[in-house]
Design a binder for this molecule. Structure first.
Ligand code: ADP
Ligand code: MG
Length: 292
């Protein structure tokens, strides 16, 4: 494209709330074969709320939630915020904790009243030798509704499950439909569990889902698609998404997302709405048509 048409395209993008960082991104966006969308904070609002408190070990709901919230208070993850907010809305007093530790993409751990408490996904509990069998029915029931189940172990024993639900952003389903109409395959990628991811994907009309991806493997998933000869776009918001955004042929960050994601991307969707990526594709097509 000529410098003039690029300037015009970039200017129009800004008017639509899309900051385009490189001429190359504007030239490439109309050629995308596939776009990978992160789930939490990209397709969904990323502000999950606590919906279910299900202790199994004969503990009452109040002390169970207070214990879990005490551990999550030290975490900055949106799931942790949902639990701490849920506990404070119920007026619970949180016990003090020691030896807090977090395992990225899996969960958290701390000591409460002399017992090690684990809160996280199935992988976290299994890696610590906890028998998760008594928790699986509740886990699968929550996940089937598109909620994120969090498993809890206290002193190495299964103690209960919490459910957290996120809501779709307005326009996510419409954006997926518009991309599909333009011949672009839409893929969801998330660290969340398979069943939850599948339920959310069905709600927005996405057929291909890559779930339970560890943060350090997100970029490799982009590379795998590129190795199939595809031109791949990625949209994400988190620190976890930054390497994948940099790896993609066109990386787009949600404007309300983390600075690291924004710095690693070619395009910023300022309002955070997914319709921005459709606009970017159309703008690229128009820019390239003008100069042919
Ligand atoms: P996403 O890719 O959807 O943004 P993450 O990679 O951040 O998700 O997290 C993956 C999974 O790890 C979560 O779905 C959850 O099961 C678990 N997890 C991560 N952080 C926490 C936490 N602070 N408390 C409980 N579970 C957590
Ligand atoms: Mg995210």
């Amino acid at each position: 494209a000529t410098p003039m048409s690029i300037t015009v395209g970039t200017g129009k993008g800004a008017a639509y709330g899309i900051l385009i960082r490189s001429a190359e991104a504007l030239e490439t966006a109309h050629k995308l074969d596939a776009i990978i969308l992160d789930k939490t904070g990209t397709i969904t609002r990323g502000v999950p709320a606590l919906t279910d408190v299900m202790p199994t070990g004969g503990i009452d709901e109040g002390p169970f939630l207070a214990t879990v919230a005490a551990v999550e208070r030290a975490s900055e993850h949106p799931l942790a915020t949902a639990i701490v907010t849920g506990a404070s809305q119920r007026g619970l007093t949180l016990p003090s904790v020691a030896a807090f530790d977090s395992v990225t993409g899996q969960g958290v751990r701390a000591t409460v009243d002399g017992h090690v408490v684990l809160v996280g996904n199935r992988r976290l509990l299994e890696a610590n030798g906890v028998d998760v069998a008594p928790l699986l029915a509740a886990h699968d029931w929550l996940a089937g509704q598109g909620k994120t189940p969090m498993l809890v172990a206290i002193g190495d024993r299964p103690a209960g499950v919490l459910g957290v639900a996120d809501t779709l952003k307005d326009g996510s389903a419409a954006a997926v439909a518009a991309l599909t109409d333009r011949g672009i395959e839409v893929i969801m990628m998330t660290g969340d569990n398979r069943a939850t991811a599948a339920a959310i994907a069905a709600q927005v009309g996405i057929r291909r889902v890559v779930a339970e991806v560890l943060p350090e493997h997100k970029a490799a998933e982009v590379r795998r698609l590129q190795a199939e000869g595809k031109i791949v776009g990625m949209v994400g918001d988190g620190i976890n998404d930054a390497p994948a955004l940099a790896q993609a042929d066109v990386g787009s960050a949600i404007g309300t997302g983390t600075d690291v994601a924004i710095e690693s991307s070619d395009i910023t969707l300022i309002s955070g709405a997914l319709s921005g990526i459709v606009t970017a594709v159309d703008l690229s097509r128009a820019t390239m048509r003008n100069i042919k």
